[in-house]
Unconditional design. Sequence first.
Length: 427
Amino acid sequence: MEQTGTYDAAAFVAGLFGGWSGPAIGLLDLDAFFASVEQLDHPEWRGRPVIVGGPASERGVVSTASYEARAFGVHSAMPSAQAERLCPHAIWTHGNFKRYHEVSARVMAILSDETPYIDQVSVDEAFFDITPGRFSSENPVEIVGRISRRVSELGITCSIGLGPNKTVAKIASERDKPRGLTVVTPGTEEAFLAPLPVRAMSGIGRRAETALAKIGIRTLGQLAAAPAARLSPIFGVGAELMRIRAAGGEISAVRALSDRREVKSVSNERTFPQDLTDRADVEAALSLLGASVGRRLRRQGLVGTTVTVKLKFSFGETHTLQRRLPHATDDENLFVPAALELLRGIWTPATHVRLAGIGVSGFTRGAEIQTDLFEEVDERGAVVSERRSLSVAVDELRERFGNGAVAFGREHRFGRDILRGDELKDR
């Protein structure tokens, strides 16, 4: 098997020749995907440092760096000015998102040839279920080897983690990059996870890592052995789940694409305990509701082209208004300003607002997000992608530590529970 890496050769051999018993979940991660596609399309760039992103002259940030550029310390989300200092001879390109989507679709087609149970997380990453007997009786190790080879035939490479659940598969996929294949057979997951640092598991950031270190927990094995009561001050109600995941006991589900309900829109609305009459209050409410919609769009990998505003007045009348956006987006920094402009068409100050809502529809695939992502700036000259990066960071904090982990001043107008809303709709 080409350039195979596993944490335990004996486990690999057992998986290959001794059969597989239990769930088999894989995570395919395309190596430096955007940069790899650029090197595929520009053979003269192969072996040279390539950076996809906006140059420093455009207040840009790095989207993806080839492994040749990473050797100089360049990484995703780094300010372009810093990347240029670290690797002054790098080749820069804004990127071609239509092309990336095209290559991604070919990779997903390879997965679809092996199983209908696929959960595409992003344009370059997907979980897949190849549990023997669920769709195929073939050994999962043979399947992932074939997937890896077929992806290589496209002119790019991937790293694959294979294990009994998503947590193990994700961590395994990161163990031997690029072009890695790490297999964790059922029954060996706890031994695989135990010596790893706690940060290796998704859902544990710097804050949680520091808090765990203070109580003497630095490895996943130590986390798995800790009682949930000891972990509750750090993870809250999710303490027991984190402990189970660290022990390798997570039970993961990957549904068939045909079983998934097609989402037509994502929206959030709230009825207020007291009517809103002030413009600043109504705009703040829509902004907060929009932030929740943006978070759920990103979680589901959806980008939409239409924004809708809904208002219900105290006398019972309801008004809605829609606008088509110039680009598909999942970024509230783009669709909320459009919603606030719509507000002027259905509401005047002093009119009592009982309910407000905002929604996004007209979905395309996440990979089709605007191709000028690195060039667009807002009215202050701030790069939009940087603002979206902040939204993503807030998403992660709230996922890990709850909605109260990050609070904006405008939230205090209504209480943080506005982020839940009366109705959260994926229709």
